[in-house]
Design a protein around this ligand. Structure first.
Ligand code: HEC
Ligand code: HEC
Length: 210
């Protein structure tokens, strides 16, 4: 029901936006993104849509392409990914360029802690992650590893669960997702995933993305 209402709203917006595109400086499809990703892209836990404010431009592009090329959002148990894939499939190359340029202007705020876990244990586990995601969780463009610090903690946990179950990182052409899925060997159970997420939540929020 929630999803049906949401879809109705999104389709209505698509029609509305195509009529008003000429008089508004914002990218035409931005209003669709914020219905799920929240005001200024701050994230919306009810929908499971993460914070996109502050996200690196290359990572936004990588993931939107991943949805379009069926790397993400096609696994049977990936319900939230399927919701997002339906949106990504609508976007042209030019529209993605315009959206990314707008998204990097949004303010980047800290996110509240919503996941319980042991940050001390999490800090030790994070040693396995720092090589790619950076010692402060600031991300590494060369390794295509996104910033984790500043992201909604419930979203980080949901993605770790997805990599662990194979809902993400299983597609044969998804090299980066597969790399990340392999790393789940160092987080064998839900408690260890919560601990590492609790630690990441305590890291300073990186500034605006490049
Ligand atoms: C119907 C709701 C909905 C709409 C509309 C929507 N998204 Fe999403 N989006 C989601 C959900 C849910 C996820 C998380 C998917 C998952 O759990 O794997 C997501 C994930 C993403 C991701 C991946 C983030 C990451 O950290 O991996 C990006 C990038 C993204 N959305 C950008 C956008 C943009 C840009 C728009 C506007 C064109 C948009 N979304 C519209 C629901 C939506
Ligand atoms: C070998 C490099 C590497 C290591 C080590 C690594 N990751 Fe990743 N991680 C990646 C890459 C690459 C991606 C992006 C995958 C994609 O494009 O779908 C990623 C994605 C993620 C995501 C999804 C972020 C999002 O916004 O959707 C989370 C969460 C994550 N990693 C957490 C961790 C944690 C926690 C550890 C340590 C246990 C870790 N990673 C270790 C490379 C790595």
């Amino acid at each position: 029901m929630k999803i049906l209402l949401l879809k109705g709203l999104v389709y209505w917006l698509l029609t509305f936006l195509s009529l008003h595109a000429m008089s508004d400086p914002r990218p035409a499809k931005l209003a669709i993104c914020v219905t799920c990703h929240g005001v200024d892209g701050r994230g919306n836990e009810v929908i499971g849509a993460p914070k996109i404010a502050g996200m690196e431009t290359w990572y936004i592009r990588d993931q939107l392409q991943g949805f379009q090329k069926d790397y993400r959002g096609t696994h049977a148990s990936d319900e939230n990914g399927r919701e997002m894939k339906a949106m990504a499939d609508y976007l042209s190359h030019n529209e993605i360029d315009a959206l990314v340029q707008w998204i990097i202007q949004w303010p980047v705020d800290a996110t509240p802690a919503t996941i319980s876990g042991d940050a001390t244990k999490g800090g030790k586990l994070y040693a396995h992650c720092a090589t790619c995601h950076g010692d402060q969780g600031q991300g590494n463009a060369t390794l295509r590893s996104p910033a984790l610090a500043g992201q909604n903690d419930w979203y980080l946990l949901s993605q770790l669960r997805n990599f662990s179950s194979g809902a993400r990182g299983s597609h044969p052409d998804d090299g980066y997702g597969q790399q990340m899925k392999l790393m789940m060997n160092s987080l064998p159970d839900d408690a260890s995933m919560r601990d590492v997420v609790r630690y990441i939540q305590s890291l300073p929020v990186p500034g605006n993305a490049k």
